[in-house]
Design a protein around this ligand. Structure first.
Ligand SMILES: Nc1ncnc2c1ncn2[C@@H]1O[C@H](COP(=O)(O)OP(=O)(O)O)[C@@H](O)[C@H]1O
Ligand SMILES: [Mg+2]
Length: 263
């Protein structure tokens, strides 16, 4: 075996998920298998309803596969675990806690307490450029700022794997662009295994080392596209010929699936 081989962080092994719907059984996922390496940034794209969130919830341990399994560090996932952190599209911050205390909550879960937790919380708030808002309450922040707190809190929990379900989906284009830039910079500094769902093909290519294209009905992996664009990346990366080429290809594949859904 090659000594240089990177460790497999997550193994998705022949996952099938069947829901009991009103019209009978609904196969949401079928035969989904893939290995995700340590420190790898994976983006998942595919038409609405193809099972992206279902797959993320199974990896998070919030939902069980009907058959097949997910392994994290070689151990079968059963329920949630602190090694897997989740950021949803609408992240529920604790409204009664300040921004800093929201982040400190994650630190305290890890056993970091008191002054140390206060200081470390500021490090994570700096990462998302929110140190000036440490003593504000969530309701005083814009949607984009709340999502940045949610990301700071997710990082503060120091999960080995970060699962993100369209975390920027509800934000305006400008805020989304800014958060993408922050997320790339953070990943470049503090490499972490990321599983990131988006419906934005540009976002997927900018962030990912591999883009997973899912097909509709039932959700399967249609193609995995390696993104061979070197880091550091930034918004200008979107103007490069290679980016355009990848975008054309991925967008074409996703569009085919949209047409399938509409049939
Ligand atoms: N808890 C559930 N009960 C029944 N059907 C569900 C449930 N969750 C999701 N589904 C169905 O499974 C399919 C995949 O949903 P989802 O994973 O949310 O898709 P995506 O995130 O790709 O938009 C959809 O048809 C959805 O209606
Ligand atoms: Mg979804």
């Amino acid at each position: 075996m090659a000594g240089e081989a990177r460790d497999i962080k997550l193994r998705i092994d022949n996952v099938k998920k069947v829901f009991d719907g009103r019209g009978g059984e609904m196969v949401a996922l079928n035969g989904v298998s893939m290995d995700i390496l340590d420190n790898e940034f994976i983006c998942v794209v595919g038409p609405s309803g193809c099972g992206k969130s279902t797959l993320l919830n199974i990896i998070a341990g919030l939902s069980e596969p009907t058959s097949g399994a997910v392994y994290c560090n070689g151990k079968e996932v059963q329920g949630t675990g602190t090694e897997r952190g989740v950021v949803f599209q609408q992240y529920a911050l604790f409204p009664w806690l300040t921004v800093r205390k929201n982040v400190m909550f994650a630190l305290e879960m890890r056993g970091v307490k008191g002054k140390e937790a206060q200081e470390e919380a500021m490090t994570y708030l700096k990462m998302v450029d929110l140190e000036k808002f440490a003593d504000h309450y969530p309701k005083e922040l814009s949607g984009g700022m709340k999502q940045r707190v949610a990301i700071a809190r997710a990082y503060a929990a120091k999960p080995e794997v970060l699962l993100m379900d369209e975390p920027f989906g509800a934000l305006d284009a400008q805020t989304r662009t800014q958060l993408q830039t922050e997320l790339i910079a953070t990943w470049e500094k503090e490499k972490k295994t990321c599983f990131f769902i988006t419906h934005d093909v540009d976002e997927a290519i900018l962030l990912a080392q591999r883009v997973v294209i899912m097909s509709a009905r039932p959700g399967r992996i249609k193609e995995i596209v390696p993104i061979d664009i070197p880091h550091p990346r930034n918004q200008e990366t979107k103007m490069t010929p290679r980016f355009m080429e990848l975008k054309n290809h991925i967008w074409g594949q996703v569009y085919q699936e949209y047409l399938e859904v509409r049939k």
